[in-house]
Write a protein that binds this ligand. Structure first.
Ligand code: ADP
Ligand code: MG
Ligand code: MG
Length: 209
């Protein structure tokens, strides 16, 4: 079963709910290695996205994702605003005009989002950022596609890999973003951005199930 325009709208709606519920958790993760605002930032951004939902009906998936991107850029602030904003804008570019996404489309979308974050943040794997959740998620999605798994399975594997990647940020030394200011003291804490990336993919997997 492909991902439809309605699925994408449900994804955005549920993500907004998840970020509202997990606001304090994400903010607490950001306290020891950042400035304790990641949950507040994501909640503010996705609340603004929710406000745009009525204007999104009838749009193609690319236009929806681009609107999410511009809304996040203008409302989230901090490092994560431009990073997630770029991710959704790039995802919207490769899905322009589409009303359905198959396995290959979803992989192209995830690749575009990851490439956008890496370019914008100049980040690579192992630097204790959202890249550490998204990069393994994409690899797991590609592997599932090679094994001819369904889109639902592909997205579940991607979300599981993102969760593993998120947990793997705990022992990492941060070399990007605010957490890098702490040097060695960044070790032993889970990265908030990797956690929000996992939540986004988990929500997408739930919608596709
Ligand atoms: P800020 O650090 O400006 O307060 P947030 O708290 O909203 O912004 O987001 C912090 C998250 O952004 C980090 O946990 C990390 O995952 C991500 N991040 C920060 N800098 C970069 C970067 N250069 N590349 C990729 N991700 C980054
Ligand atoms: Mg912060
Ligand atoms: Mg901040």
């Amino acid at each position: 079963m492909p991902i439809t325009t309605e699925d994408v709208l449900r994804w955005i709606t549920q993500a907004a709910q998840v970020f509202h519920e997990q606001r304090d958790y994400l903010t607490q993760l950001d306290a020891p290695i950042g400035d304790a605002d990641h949950g507040v930032n994501m909640d503010r951004g996705f609340r603004a996205v929710l406000d745009k939902l009525p204007s999104l009906s009838g749009m193609d998936i690319g236009s929806i994702l681009k609107t999410v991107g511009t809304t996040l850029v203008s409302t989230v602030g901090g490092a994560s605003g431009p990073l997630y904003g770029t991710a959704f804008l790039r995802a919207g570019m490769v899905t322009a005009g589409k009303h359905e996404l198959d396995e290959a489309d979803v992989i192209e979308m995830l690749q575009a989002a990851l490439d956008g974050i890496k370019a914008r943040g100049k980040a690579h794997t192992g630097e204790k950022t959202m890249v550490d959740a998204l990069e393994p998620a994409l690899a797991a999605a590609r592997k599932a596609q090679e094994q001819h798994e369904s889109l639902a399975v592909l997205l579940r594997r991607a979300a599981e890999a993102a969760e593993e990647g998120m947990k793997a940020t705990i022992p990492m030394l941060a070399t990007k973003g605010r957490a890098s200011y702490l040097g060695e003291r960044s070790i032993g804490h889970q990265d908030p951005g990797a956690t929000s990336s996992w939540l986004l993919l988990k929500t997408l997997a739930e919608v596709a199930d």
